[in-house]
Write a protein that binds this ligand. Structure first.
Ligand SMILES: [Ca+2]
Ligand SMILES: [Ca+2]
Length: 364
């Protein structure tokens, strides 16, 4: 399978270059609705309750003297075959430094997302990572999602603790994600559950000098849930107004531009088709699910269509080209999905332009 080959190649040949990291504060994080618009009661009733756990390491002073670099895993559980679109922000204590896996890779994707296409962008003291499935059947599983190596500072001392946290963020053109292929109500609730209740943040701590030598990986759900809630609230209070205003503007302009496209295409179609088509405005470039954002879900839909076109004799339509052909080469292929995922990563790590601007800047 050509498609499968491409996808796994993308996954293995991960990802991050060390260029232009941005700080958390420079993001236009706003209106951070980790609850995805649901009430606490609705979230509690979610059918799927996924968890993301960051490793917690407790090291002895002896261990730290001998070894400064430690691998941290982010593990997903209780979400077997449930998710197809992921976008998360990870931050660590500024005294820690990332150690690249290879020349330009700082994060490895784990077994849980080996069937997904992924991309990521560096942040100051962190990274943003996105994953997108090719279809409903190529889903993410339970297991290690990402791993990365962090170096302790030379002056790390007994009693020191270095936090490593997943923090939900929303920007003007990109929101964090953990949902299913159709982003249906089950997927939206699952995402809300994860970001409000399912995150267990981690740390590297150095035990006092007297203890015996053990390395343990612990998870303490109660403590970390409280931490993530606090952080989210902080972000949301900061910038609610700015973001909601701008997102309103962009969505209304989408509607306007697409209505003319719709009427043009309906002229040639039959009367019964007209009714259906005219109620659904055509999507903008890069936004096949037509929600005003270009993200991992759109990349998934693009891969899905690419697979569909590659395995059937039919040609893609002009309208499909308009929406899915990100690089404008008159073909819909995996690279178009990669560009959408790349944009999603960039927009989640400090880039503030629209998808159209991004394509222009990239020379497409
Ligand atoms: Ca979209
Ligand atoms: Ca293309």
């Amino acid at each position: 399978m050509l498609l499968k080959k491409i996808i796994s190649a993308v996954c293995v040949a991960l990802l991050i270059t060390m260029s232009t990291p941005v700080t958390q504060n420079s993001l236009t994080a706003a209106d951070a609705a980790a609850d995805n618009g649901f009430t606490a009661e609705e979230i509690e009733g979610s059918a799927v309750k996924p968890k993301l756990t960051v490793d917690s390491l407790e090291l002895t002073p002896e261990e730290v003297r001998e070894q400064k670099v430690y691998t941290i895993n982010i593990t997903v559980s209780d979400s077997m075959d449930k998710y197809t679109a992921v976008g998360i922000h990870v931050y660590w204590d500024s005294r820690l430094t990332i150690v690249p896996q290879d020349d330009d890779m700082i994060v490895k994707c784990g077994d849980a997302i080996e069937k997904l296409m992924i991309n990521a962008s560096p942040l100051e003291n962190g990274f943003f990572a996105a994953a997108a499935a090719t279809s409903e059947s190529f889903t993410g599983t339970d297991g290690v999602m990402y791993s990365f190596d962090l170096r302790l500072p030379d002056d790390a001392a007994p009693g020191d603790k270095f936090d490593i946290s997943i923090i939900y963020e929303e920007g003007k053109y990109a929101d964090d994600l953990f949902t299913d292929f159709n982003n249906d109500s089950e997927g939206k609730l699952m995402q809300a559950w994860l970001f409000t209740k399912g995150i267990t943040n981690g740390y590297i701590s150095i035990l006092p000098d007297t203890t015996t030598s053990t390395t343990t990986t612990t998870t303490t759900t109660t403590t970390t849930t409280a931490t993530s809630t606090t952080t989210t609230t902080l972000i949301s209070t900061a910038t609610t107004t700015a973001s909601s205003a701008s997102s309103t503007t962009s969505s209304s302009s989408t509607t306007t531009s697409t209505s003319s496209a719709t009427s043009a295409s309906t002229t040639t179609s039959s009367a019964s088709a007209t009714t259906t088509v005219s109620t659904v405005p055509a999507a903008a470039k890069g936004d096949p699910n037509n929600d005003g954002l270009v993200d991992a879900r759109d990349a998934s839909l693009t891969l899905y269509l690419y697979a569909d076109l590659s395995s059937s004799p039919r040609e893609c339509t002009a309208e499909e080209l308009q929406i899915y052909d990100a690089n404008g080469n008159e073909k819909i292929e995996a690279v178009d999905a990669s560009i959408m995922l790349f944009y999603y990563s960039e927009a989640s790590s400090g880039y503030t332009g629209s998808f159209e601007q991004f394509l222009k800047e990239q020379g497409y």
